[in-house]
Design a protein around this ligand. Structure first.
Ligand SMILES: *Cc1c(COP(=O)(O)O)cnc(C)c1O
Length: 353
């Protein structure tokens, strides 16, 4: 750190992303990326003409992409904001709405506390129940901004639409953010509620279920006043926040519904199969509605399992944090990758006996 940095910025805790190793080919099950390539229409769109157009700035209003998302989610284009990854949308939301404090779970997406710290916001951390489920009573009438990942990460557990509605309805004077990064893998979306609740902001991403993690495109859907707030922040920080190639890729991805639906179906089938097989090996596995499993085994620590898998060329995520140290988070890959994972887990567990 230099001696010139603003003293407060110099003290911030940074978010630690999952490893993206460049040294060798791992079976990469650690950052919840999609195991299949983007839709064919995405590759077709990124042609020479698109490259030549890079000399021009991208559309700062993201008009075409917003229109396509609006059609897809049955809202109006002025109820859609497009961000540089959903991380940007979340950052802007914390910045805009967190003044009275921000409430979120003790075990959830690790970026929430980082954003709260960045914007110097008070936080209320609500412990999940023993079984890692969210007790929505913790979020009723809470008089501060609420952020809930649904399904939650890294547990994969989801709330029902009624539960989300109860939270949104009971906090009319604060914004409720529902982070739906994994919603396409099985949970219910809260987007239809945005019609009735002006304080609800639903955040989505192209990174997990649309195979575009590297393109960095996310979105927020909510009342048009909320969307105007987010645009205000964007236009005072980085008006061209979405680059041309990513915007083009995302436009095609929204249109390619049937391709993604069939890939998602495969991911869900692999998830259920892998879950059963892991339970057969003695693992404790949550009932994940996401594209990952959260698993622990009575015979081996989370860290030891992570390391043993890494030695066998398989990367999973381990969080060295209270309550979840025993667990690893395993992204659902192709069926072939999951079979390799299961073979490795079996060998590791048997060796420990
Ligand atoms: C991956 C993830 C995000 C961030 O996604 P990007 O759109 O790639 O920035 C947001 N929230 C949760 C819960 C996630 O797991």
């Amino acid at each position: 750190m230099s001696r010139w940095i603003n003293a407060r910025l110099g003290q911030l805790e940074e978010y630690v992303p999952g490893e993206q190793p460049q040294d060798m080919q791992y079976i990469k099950l650690n950052t919840n990326e999609f195991p299949y390539p983007p839709a064919p229409a995405v590759a077709e769109r990124l042609d020479k003409a698109e490259i030549n157009a890079l000399r021009l700035y991208s559309d700062p209003t993201c008009r075409v992409l917003r229109e396509k998302l609006a059609t897809r989610y049955d809202v109006s284009p002025d109820e859609v904001f497009v961000g540089n990854g959903s991380d940007e949308v979340l950052n802007f939301a914390f910045w805009a709405y967190g003044t009275d404090g921000v409430r979120f779970a003790d075990i959830t997406y690790g970026f929430y506390p980082v954003f709260a710290d960045l914007h110097d916001l008070p936080v209320s951390i609500m412990p999940l129940r023993e079984d890692f489920s969210i007790d929505i009573n913790d979020y009723l009438n809470c008089r501060q901004m609420t952020v809930i990942a649904n399904p939650n990460a890294p547990t994969g557990l989801a709330l029902s639409l009624d539960e989300m509605e109860a939270v949104v309805r009971s906090n009319p004077d604060h914004v409720v953010v529902i982070d739906e990064a994994y919603v396409d893998f099985g949970a219910q979306s809260a987007i239809p509620l945005t019609r009735r609740y002006p304080n609800l902001l639903v955040v989505g991403t192209f990174s997990k279920s649309r195979a575009l993690a590297g393109a960095r495109v996310g979105f927020g859907i909510g009342n048009k006043e909320l969307i105007r707030d987010l645009n205000r922040i964007k236009n005072t920080t980085n008006p061209y926040n979405i680059n041309r190639l990513s915007m083009a890729a995302a436009e095609e991805a929204v249109q390619s519904r049937s391709y993604y639906e069939s890939c998602i179906e495969k991911v869900k089938q692999s998830r259920e199969k892998t879950k059963q097989a892991l339970r057969g090996l003695g693992f404790l596995v949550t009932d994940s509605q996401a594209n990952f499993l959260f698993a622990s085994h009575p015979k081996i620590s989370g860290k030891a399992l992570y390391e043993a898998l890494k030695q066998r060329g398989i990367l999973v995520r381990h969080f060295d944090r209270e309550r979840i140290r025993a667990y690893v988070r395993i992204t659902i890959g192709t069926q072939e990758q999951m079979e390799a994972l299961l073979t490795a887990c079996q060998a590791i567990i048997n060796k420990g006996e």
